[in-house]
Design a binder for this molecule. Structure first.
Ligand code: AMP
Ligand code: MG
Length: 487
């Protein structure tokens, strides 16, 4: 375990030079105080959890102090936003402070979000508000606990500094960790600005540092792209299986590592709704829940375009063709597990589709349904759940087919089935209203609720005594929260 001042840095991205990022110092926020920290994320850096009690902690994560080995840089990138190309974006309010090497030899980017203006801030103030920082913190650690690949969050530091969004709010900073902050948009930037040398340097960096297992392939860049396609197929399958809506799948928000990245107005589904749009400025529903699958594919083709200097168009097309079949295989596998099946049957896909349609028609709570389906023997569980459906007859038919399907598995141990299902069906998910309650308290200066919610969400599958309220369906007000896109 290390103290804060014992971290070892190896700033590989900074060494790529000024074509890739600009040196900028963090602009501190006033009266920093620790809102919440993740012990699990600290562990990634070998940091002693007791370090949160040191006054240096909030100072380092609010821009007041800097490690001597840190080299804060704002990265340049571009990207397709809502389908249109924006030629220059870049870190407008976040800084890559450096890369920490842990005892396992892993590199972790320290990215301080809300660190002030940079050459890429455009009209923005370079700040992040407490509300969005708490949402990203909770989501990062909650998705990780669900087994969904994601950037991590080390802490949120709050402040007295005032920022203006729709109303006056308080600034905060989030310390984000990831093995890399390279986005699809990095490749797009060097491709569309016609900088082949820099693009080669970027591609080599990503291949060598993040996809070293592809170096031995006949065509390393193609192997890398295939891997990116595969990772995204799996990531998207996990989002869909767990009802996670990202909300802003622009290519500048897509990680080259296939991890959930850049949290904005995201949401977990409460009632199942395939057409759910969590982003209120997404008028066309481009990033609606069910559109995430074709959009993930579309984004990969945008990346493929930017990789044409390294890989033949034919090979790129072929690799892109892997996405949908891989997605479907992962999705079906996850949904089978959520339903408690250990074997695959041809008819599972229509069985799942029929269930989702019934849930859609009746507004059934997506997470609770699967959890409760595993609470009891299949026949008893469907009996108990039928009242949630408007089309009771339709659900009864589904329930009979489901029970018969469970029986065909030949495994009659109900306790084992419950354990298996509860291990993949969370009791606690980050519902918007839970985040909102925690944010409301934090805005009054009370951080207890954020901390409690965090501890509940990092063990999503385990029933935690006294935390029953966190497993409830949202109250009526909590179902229709308009999550502001400003952050
Ligand atoms: P996002 O919607 O957070 O993914 O951000 C899109 C782009 O806008 C990125 O280049 C951000 O760095 C930039 N940006 C977002 N908010 C701000 C802000 N408050 N100040 C400066 N730049 C920002
Ligand atoms: Mg972004």
């Amino acid at each position: 375990m290390k103290a804060l001042d014992e971290l070892i840095f190896d700033n590989r991205f900074a060494r790529l030079g000024d074509a890739f990022s600009t040196s900028v110092l963090p602009d501190p926020i006033a009266e920093p105080r620790l809102v919440v920290a993740s012990e699990a994320a600290m562990n990634l850096l070998d940091l002693d959890p007791a370090e949160t009690f040191s006054p240096t902690f909030a100072e380092l994560f609010s821009g007041h102090k800097l490690w001597s080995e840190a080299e804060p840089r704002a990265m340049v990138y571009s990207g397709h936003q809502f389908g249109s190309y924006t030629p220059r974006l870049g870190d407008g309010r976040g800084l890559l402070l450096g890369e920490v090497v842990n005892s396992r030899g892993e590199h972790w980017d320290l990215h301080l979000k809300g660190a002030g203006q940079t050459p890429y801030s455009r009209m923005g103030d370079g700040r992040a508000v407490l509300r969005s920082s708490i949402r990203e913190f909770l989501a990062s650690e909650a998705l990780h606990a669900l087994g969904i690949p994601t950037t991590r969050a080390l802490c949120v530091v709050g402040s007295d500094s005032v920022v203006w969004r729709e109303t006056q709010e308080r600034a905060a900073m989030l310390m984000r960790l990831a093995p890399s902050h390279v986005r699809y948009g990095h490749f797009e930037y060097f491709y569309y600005t016609r900088q082949p040398e820099q693009q080669k340097i970027l591609a080599e960096h990503v291949l060598n540092e993040h996809f070293p297992h592809c170096l031995g392939a006949a065509e390393p860049y193609l192997a890398m792209f295939r891997d990116i396609v595969e990772r995204n197929a799996e990531l998207t399958a996990k989002w869909q299986a767990y009802g996670f809506c990202h909300g802003v799948m622009n290519t500048d928000n897509m990680s080259i590592l296939g991890i959930t990245f850049d949290y904005g107005p995201f949401a977990f589904l409460d009632d199942f709704d395939a057409n759910f749009i969590c982003n209120h400025s997404d008028d066309q529903g481009r990033y609606s829940f069910s559109n995430q699958v074709p959009i993930a594919h579309w984004n990969l083709s945008a990346l493929a375009q930017a990789l044409t200097p390294f890989i033949s168009v034919e090979a790129l097309r072929e690799a892109l063709g892997l996405f949908l079949p891989l997605y479907e295989a992962h999705y079906l596998d996850l949904m089978r597990r959520r339903l408690g099946f250990t074997q695959a049957e041809e008819e599972d896909k229509p069985l799942i589709e029929r269930l989702l349609q019934l849930m859609q028609n009746s507004g059934v709570d997506y997470s609770q349904f699967f959890r409760r389906l595993g609470d009891q023997a299949a026949e008893l569980a469907v009996q108990r759940l039928r009242d949630d459906f408007v089309d009771i007859k339709g659900f009864d038919t589904w329930g009979q087919d489901y029970s018969a399907r469970v029986e065909r598995e030949g495994n009659t141990d109900d306790a084992a089935r419950t354990a298996r299902m509860h291990a993949v069906n969370p009791l606690y998910v980050l519902r918007n209203y839970l985040a909102q309650n925690a944010i409301d308290a934090a805005q009054r200066g009370d951080y207890e609720e954020v901390r409690r919610l965090h501890t509940v969400l990092i063990r999503p599958f385990d029933a935690q005594p006294g935390m029953e309220a966190y497993a409830e369906r949202p109250p009526e007000w909590g179902k229709h929260l308009e999550i502001s896109c400003s952050s």
